[in-house]
Every structure is written in structure tokens, then in C-alpha cells.
Design a protein around this ligand. Structure first.
Ligand code: FDA
Length: 295
């Protein structure tokens, strides 16, 4: 894992930020809501659903949190006006989880109410493990009232198998991911092999017993396994991938008749999201290195 680490002090240098931005552009729709809507329309045109996320996390200022909630309210109504199919994906800490579960739940409910009118599905992203239990509690209380609501589980966390069984009993709508946050070995599998093995186990359980779920990965072997499982079990599921990653594979899945969604982030707060993408792949780190040489 060491070679994937980027020094946090380095991230704050203006030169690093400039070079990073050049690489990060491929993963982000742009600064504005219009940029996001344009990318969403393009995703629909390419046969995919669009899942929009306004970049931002760990917010503690109430005015900024309220601004984010307002942005999502405008976004869902604009999605409907633009006849975009898809929905939203929201990070709990961008709508108040760092201030407490009550604040976060209230804000999420405001957005979900609006999304319901505008026929958009809402996903709640999962952040680092300090927030996992609270995020599940918020999800479950809202899911009792709102059906078009999904939650994320992370294959890198050791607790996830147990969480999945609990969520399956409640009929939850689940997105399975590998997990993007740096976690301690006490809580998390740390090798690629262990995370992938856990992902496979969790995916099998989804195909056995879940109603509606998402396989969110760019990993060819896991996508192949999901395709094989889908031939044995008739299930309502969708492949989900991030904007700018595996763009050559998305049309093939669409052509083969699978539901595919593209997760499209936008906004000016692009750094934390981009650092996570960069750390996921050795080749991206090399790209960063060569960009320095040519900058
Ligand atoms: P892995 O990282 O092993 O990559 C497999 C292959 O995909 C690579 O070999 C490469 O070809 C390609 N690839 C992957 N990442 C790339 C990159 N950055 N640049 C170029 N190529 C790349 N996480 C989380 O903790 N909470 C969440 O809520 C979400 N939500 C979410 C939604 C959606 C729709 C997706 C697709 C992912 C998330 N994630 C997430 C992120 C997830 O946990 C994980 O970090 C990334 O998807 C990368 O893992 P892969 O499964 O793609 O495998």
C-alpha cells in the first residue's frame, strides 16, 4: 500500500494542485450545475443512467450545509426539466453528519422529498468507518418512509458481511463498492486480494437475496462474475461506474443489455475526490510524476 500514498503536505502545494487538476478533469463534469447536467444528458444519450454528486465533504458550517441542500434541491428539479434519468448520490458529511445524525437526517429528508416529486433515485454514499453506523441508522429510518433510497456497503470493511445480512432483512437497496477510504487493519482488509475476495462473497449474497442493487466497480474480473451470476439469478441490478473510468467498457455493457449508471461529480471542491481516484491506481501516480516533468 505504501507506494499509493501521497503526502498530505504535498497535496497543499499550488504546483501539485495545478498538476493534479489536469489529471482530475477527466473524472469531474466541471465546476457548475450546467456542466453536470450536460454530462448527465450525455450519459443518458449513451444509454446510461446518471448519478450526480456535488463535490464536498466534512462540512461543519451551517450556512455551507444549507447551501449544499439548496443546490441539491435545484439540481433534482433541473434534472426533471432536462428529462435526465437517474438521480443523486449524497455524502452524509456534506449535509451535516459531522454536526450530528439529526441535522444530517433532516437535510437528507428535505432532499429526498423533492427527489420523490422529481422522480429521482437518491443514494447515500458511505464515507470512512467512523461514520458507518450512523449512516446505516439514518438510512434505515429514512428507508422506512422512502422506498427510492439506496445505501452503500464497502468490501474492505470487516464488519460489512454482518451489515449486509442486516440490510437484506430490511429489503435495503444496496450499492456494493470496494471502499475508497484509508482504514486501520483492525477494521479493514488491507490487501487487494482480501478486499476482492470479500467483494465476491458479498456480491454472491446480493445475487442470492437482494431485490434491487448496484455492482459498483471497474474491475473486469468482478464484472465478469456479476454477468455470470446474473445468468443464474434473474435480478434487478445495475452496473455503476465513475465518470472518466473504463469508458471503453461502458458501451459494451449497455449493448449487451445491462443497466449501467455513471456517477458524475461536479463542483469546485474537487481535491479530496481526485486524491482518492489517484491513489486507487499505480498508473495514475506515474501519470502524476510524468506530468510534473512536463509541467
Ligand atoms: P480497482 O481499484 O481494483 O480497479 C479495477 C480496475 O479499474 C483497474 O485495474 C483500472 O483498470 C480501473 N480503475 C479503477 N480506478 C481507476 C482510476 N482511478 N483511474 C483509472 N482506472 C481505474 N467508495 C466508498 O468508499 N464509498 C462510496 O460511497 C463509493 N461510491 C462509489 C460509487 C460508484 C458508482 C463507484 C464506481 C465507486 C464508488 N466508490 C465508493 C469507490 C470504490 O470504493 C472504489 O474506490 C473505486 O470504485 C475503485 O475500485 P474498483 O472496484 O474499480 O477496483
Amino acid at each position: 500500500m505504501f507506494q499509493y500514498r501521497i503526502d498530505t503536505k504535498m497535496e497543499k502545494s499550488p504546483l501539485v494542485e495545478k498538476v493534479l487538476f489536469k489529471i482530475a478533469r477527466q473524472w469531474i463534469a466541471g465546476d457548475t450545475m450546467d456542466d453536470a447536467l450536460q454530462s448527465a444528458r450525455q450519459a443518458n444519450k449513451n444509454g446510461m443512467n446518471a448519478i450526480l454528486n456535488k463535490l464536498g465533504e466534512h462540512m461543519v458550517s451551517k450556512p455551507k450545509i444549507n447551501q449544499t441542500v439548496d443546490e441539491y434541491l435545484t439540481l433534482v428539479s433541473n434534472l426533471r426539466k432536462a428529462k435526465v434519468t437517474g438521480g443523486l448520490s449524497i455524502k452524509p458529511t456534506q449535509v451535516g453528519l459531522a454536526l450530528g445524525t439529526k441535522e444530517c437526517s433532516k437535510n437528507l429528508e428535505t432532499i429526498i422529498e423533492q427527489a420523490l416529486q422529481d422522480l429521482a433515485f437518491v443514494w447515500i454514499d458511505m464515507e470512512s468507518s467512523e461514520y458507518t453506523s450512523d449512516t446505516f441508522a439514518i438510512y434505515l429510518s429514512l428507508f422506512e418512509k422512502y422506498e427510492r433510497l439506496g445505501i452503500v456497503i464497502q468490501a474492505n470493511l470487516k464488519r460489512t458481511q454482518k451489515d449486509l445480512e442486516m440490510l437484506l432483512r430490511k429489503g435495503a437497496k444496496i450499492r456494493l463498492v470496494k471502499g475508497a477510504y484509508h482504514e486501520s487493519p483492525k477494521n479493514a482488509y488491507r490487501t487487494r486480494h482480501d478486499v476482492d475476495e470479500n467483494y465476491k462473497k458479498l456480491m454472491k449474497r446480493l445475487f442470492d437475496d437482494a431485490n434491487e442493487f448496484a455492482i459498483a466497480t471497474h474491475d473486469s474480473k468482478l464484472i465478469k462474475m456479476a454477468i455470470n451470476l446474473s445468468r443464474k439469478h434473474e435480478r434487478k441490478f445495475e452496473f455503476q461506474m465513475l465518470k472518466g473510468i473504463r469508458d471503453e467498457l461502458k458501451p459494451t455493457l449497455v449493448k449487451d443489455g445491462f443497466a449501467v449508471a455513471e456517477y458524475i461529480p461536479y463542483g469546485t471542491n474537487w481535491l479530496p475526490y481526485s486524491i482518492r481516484r489517484l491513489k486507487e491506481r499505480k498508473r495514475n501516480i506515474l501519470l502524476l510524476g510524468s506530468s510534473f516533468i512536463h509541467s
